[in-house]
Structure formats: structure tokens, C-alpha cells
Write a protein that binds this ligand. Sequence first.
Ligand code: HEM
Length: 235
Amino acid sequence: MATLYYLILAPMVYLAVAVSVLGTLWRIARLLRAPAAPPPPPIYPSRKPSWLFALGDALLLPSVFKHNAPLWAALGLFHLGLAALFLGHLELVADFKALQLIPHSIFLGKGLIGLTVLVCLMYFLCRRMVSPTKELSVPEDYLLLVLLLFTVLFGAQMDWARTWFGYSSMGVDEYRGYLSSLIRLKPSVEGVTSAGHSFMLVAHVFFANLLIMAFPFTKLMHAIFTFAMNKFRRG
Ligand code: HEM
């Protein structure tokens, strides 16, 4: 079991990051080499500066708001939650002065961010099981949502165990020791594999690794291309 934990917590993380970075570069290079596409038919009245309206489309999703306000609210909460999760993970590596301007305990959100993101993911998944979204969905849509759901579920469970139920055998110091050892390319997993609930971290990192590897080959790439696509549509 110790070997399996080590393989998931150390070599698999490096593999996931390598696949993700190389895959993303390959996708961008392929796109840059593709022949230029003809401009799309105008769907919005032309407004200048178009890059500003494209930025607004990418960040505020006005067309989703017009057609489905509950989906718009869930998407907003979900993406704000992801941004907070990113900051929370940064704080699991080291202290960041800018983040300390608002006093808080680590991890950000006292377990509520994980809960919010989890509820949004369940809503997205249920939505895909009902007509008409069901007919428009492909297996990749469900697979990605399930992968996200498992990653978030195990991450949030660890946080709840620690902050809501007093599990103290694995905390910020142990996570910092583990994550900074990964960054120094001298992986050390001892501090995070001896707690009774270490399996939660192993499961969390296992699903996160799959997600990170899937990034360049799935719809997750919209995170990189969304502004460019909206700019293309705005002309
Ligand atoms: C290899 C990459 C990752 C590592 C090593 C990692 C590690 C961790 C650790 C140590 C925690 C702290 C648990 C605690 O507070 O006790 C955590 C929390 C969490 N992680 Fe990750 N994580 C990774 C990637 C991800 C990804 C890709 C996602 C989601 C897209 C994610 C979602 C979460 C969530 C939702 C929480 C709990 C936050 C909360 O409830 O407030 N993690 N993660």
C-alpha cells in the first residue's frame, strides 16, 4: 500500500504535469498552424472596442444569462469557487503576503468553498441527465464532470475532516512539507501517508492527476481559448 501511495503522490503528479504542459503546447502549436478560418456570421451588433466586449462575453456570459439564469448563477459560483481553490492550494505551499491582507485560516473558506463547488457540479451533472441537454451531451461531458466531482469530493472531505471534525493528524504543516518537497523535486510523502485518513489525500491527488492530464485533450481547454474564441466571434 505504501508503494501505491508513493506512486500516486509523487511520480504520477510529475507525469500529470508533464502530459498537461506538453499537451497544451501541442494544442496551441496545432491551432497556430491551422489555415485561417473565414470570419463567422455576425451574431452581435458590432461594438468597439471589440476586445472589451469579448472580455465581457468571456467573464460575464451574457448569452447564458439571457437563456438560463439559474445555469448562469451556478457557472458563476463554480468558477469563482475554482479561483478561490487555486489560491487555497497556493497557500498550502507557502504563505503569500497578498492573501494575508484578508485574515483567514488556511484553507480559504472553512470548507464552504468545496461544498459550494460540489453542489454546482451535482447541478451540472443532473442537468445533463434531463432533456434537452441530455440529447446534446456526449460521454466526455459526463466523464469530465464525474472526474471533477470525485476530485472535489475527496479534497473537500479532507478539509471537513480537519476543520469541522477535528482530525489533526494531517494539517497545513504536513501538506506544506509534502507540496514543497514536490516542487524541490525531492518528493517526501511520509508526513501525509501515516494518518488514518491519508487515503482521502491519495484519492484526491489520484483524481486531480487524471484531471490535469485530461486538460489539453478535452473541453477544459476552454480555460485557455475562451477569450480568443469570443474575440473571433466579435470580429
Ligand atoms: C496534484 C494536485 C493537487 C494536490 C496535491 C491537492 C492537494 C490538496 C490538499 C492537501 C488539500 C487540503 C485539504 C485540507 O484542507 O485538509 C486540498 C483541498 C482541496 N482540493 Fe486539492 N489538490 C490538488 C488538485 C486539486 C484540483 C485539480 C481540484 C479541483 C478542481 C482540487 C480541489 C480541492 C478542494 C475542493 C479542496 C477542499 C477545499 C475546501 O473544501 O475548502 N484539488 N487539495
